[in-house]
Design a binder for this molecule. Sequence first.
Ligand code: PHE
Length: 410
Amino acid sequence: MSGSGADRRIPHKDTQTRFRMSIEEKTSQTLKDLGAGTAEAIGELFAEVSAALEKEREEFVARGAGDERERSQSAKDLRDRWLARKSGLVSLIDENWLKKAPKELKPAVGRAFNQFRQRAKSVDTESLLCDVGQPEAGAKQGNLQFASASTESDRVEVSARGGLDLTLPGHRRSLGSIHPVTQVMREIEEIFLGLGFSIESGPEIESVYYSFDALNIPESHPARDEWDTIYVNSETVLRPHTSPVQIRAMEKHGAPLYILCPGKAYRHDNPDSTHATMFHQVEGLAVDTDISFADLKGTLDYFAKKFFGDKIKTNFSPSFFPFTEPSGELAISCVFCGGAGCRVCKESGWVEVMGCGKVHPEVLRHGGIDPERYSGWAFGLGVERFAMMKYDINDIQLFHQGDVRFLEQF
Ligand code: PHE
């Protein structure tokens, strides 16, 4: 306990002396001179200067409207007293308290100083004039004041309203931005809208029939397992892909059909850097007479170059999906190494980006379309994956955590 005993020794300038000093005197001394050796004492000092600042600001506002020249001059004086670069009180506090603080107290002083510095912005000339109700100054600041007491009688009324001061400047709310997943989804939509596709949507809580049966996915398929798909009940699931919209759109519109379906999909995946329980897909479907695999290849090659840039090469390899026949996997030349081989493409130079294929005749039939007359192709891609490649992001979880520091970068 001897340590705390030592802390209790009376500093060489005791608190009483400190109280009698003016703000100028205090800010021209170091914390040590002032005997402020604990976080608590530092907190008190900053509370004191904040209160002094606020009091002077309030006095200025209360003096209120008068001769405009005089008002500008006293706003400038108040601003200079606190904010002048060299000799302002904020700079003195920086010089004498923060910079000269002992190492172990620096973090606490730094934090308190930053808060105080923010607060001190209320005495810059523009804020002061705005607070006193000078309309041009408010407009210049873009400051929306719902109620600004601009005359003496208004102000008296304000103070009568139990201390609620409507002349204080409003809180400025920062503008949000469009989520990167939405941005990428819109970019993909734009490309296909330009090719004559239209946008379709379907329910996220979907029947087992549309999610699996109509898509030719047999009862025995592992994707229908409870381990892979989230069931609401035995006939209803959270759709594990956007492909059910293919059937719904065929039923609704018939052929010919060129649709794009962006939306959410859900799977029973354990979250890690490349898997999430909820993610976004974009499904594409084209149904018409005389459609061949060459149309699919040409369209997806055009899309990949539009999205990732002209230098991108595409490569199709055989794959399997129950709802397409033949099925393929589209790979693009690695956006990170240009095809030379790197960690991302596992030294292969290629990255698989989506599944695709000619629509299975059985699926056309389920959609009410005659497979003897029409044929089609379809593809499905993961939006987060596209966004990760486009912006070099290595963790899918970042998209869904809502951390503003991540989101404001887009
Ligand atoms: N639905 C498939 C998936 O989620 C993707 C796909 C869509 C494949 C359309 C082929 C055709 O993996």
